[in-house]
Design a protein around this ligand. Structure first.
Ligand SMILES: NC(=O)c1ccc[n+]([C@@H]2O[C@H](COP(=O)([O-])OP(=O)(O)OC[C@H]3O[C@@H](n4cnc5c(N)ncnc54)[C@H](O)[C@@H]3O)[C@@H](O)[C@H]2O)c1
Length: 246
């Protein structure tokens, strides 16, 4: 099931959280991970290779993808997990906050896709999975730059699915709810706020990074061979219902 035997998958944001878990699921399915991150990456498999990469830097992205193609001779899949939070409403955040969120989350995702696509097009196959968020699907207070960047990822995914589907390339998104990772560490001690957030998830618990990684693995594998342009919420039901708290 969800086999990736012998396939080479670029995972950005592979040093931590959802990206690290995704790398592990790819490896478990027999795939080889080209792991990229701006931070140091541990826990590589025997055939994996780590690359230092700032996904918002176009030249670095081109250089790293060229190195991956040269080393492995193929790039079958890409999971774009690199991302940052960005808080504030329009009257609060700085232009720098806004630009950074869009540069890393949205432009970074686009640059990774744009750079791996020629290799996939040459091979006639490929699967890309981008990580959006529940806040790419709906609004949410106090995180406007983040929400906009994640909404943009969903439109990017649909647009690329339309452009490259005829060439056999699939492009999909996952939209996680509250997943316990270093990114959401500040919620661990947020008491009632954390409990209220958890209550908005129908399964009444946060998710684990591996629970997102498993869905990404499915979308990367041929088990999802007729799925493209889709967005799969991995959110314990957050987006399925409006929970009324008494
Ligand atoms: N944790 C959640 O609840 C949650 C919910 C929805 C969406 N997401 C998304 O999932 C993705 C992974 O988040 P996470 O929770 O695992 O967070 P995380 O902080 O654990 O991991 C993010 C990784 O991205 C890397 N990164 C940051 N900026 C980078 C850059 N410029 N270039 C390359 N790498 C960079 C970090 O070094 C880190 O390893 C993010 O896109 C995030 O927005 C997370």
């Amino acid at each position: 099931m969800n086999s990736l035997e012998g396939k080479v998958v670029l995972v950005t944001g592979a040093a931590s959280g959802i990206g690290q878990a995704t790398a592990a699921t790819v490896r478990e399915a027999g795939g080889i991970v080209a792991a990229a991150d701006i931070s140091t990456i541990d826990n590589l498999g025997p055939s994996d290779v780590a690359y230092a990469l700032d996904v918002s830097n176009a030249e670095q992205t081109e250089s790293v993808v060229a190195q991956i193609a040269s080393h492995f001779g193929r790039i079958d899949g890409a999971a774009t997990c690199a991302g940052v939070t960005a808080v504030g409403s329009v009257t609060q955040f700085t232009l720098e906050d806004w630009s950074r969120a869009l540069a890393i989350n949205l432009t970074g995702t686009m640059l990774t896709c744009r750079t791996v696509l020629p290799h996939m097009l040459a091979a006639g196959h490929g699967s890309i999975v981008a990580v959006s968020s529940i806040y790419g699907m709906s609004g949410g207070p106090g995180n406007t730059p983040y929400n906009v960047s994640k909404g943009g990822i969903l439109q990017l995914v649909r647009s690329m699915a339309a452009d490259y589907g005829p060439a056999g390339i699939r492009v999909n998104a996952v939209s996680p709810g509250y997943i316990e990772t270093p990114m959401t560490h500040m919620l661990a001690h947020a008491g009632a706020v954390r409990e209220a957030f958890i209550a908005m998830h129908l399964l009444r618990r946060p998710g684990k990074p591996m629970e997102v990684g498993q869905v990404i693995r499915f979308l990367l594998s041929d088990d999802s061979s007729f799925v493209t342009g889709a967005n799969i919420p991995v959110d314990g039901g957050f987006s399925a219902a409006q929970v009324i708290q008494a």
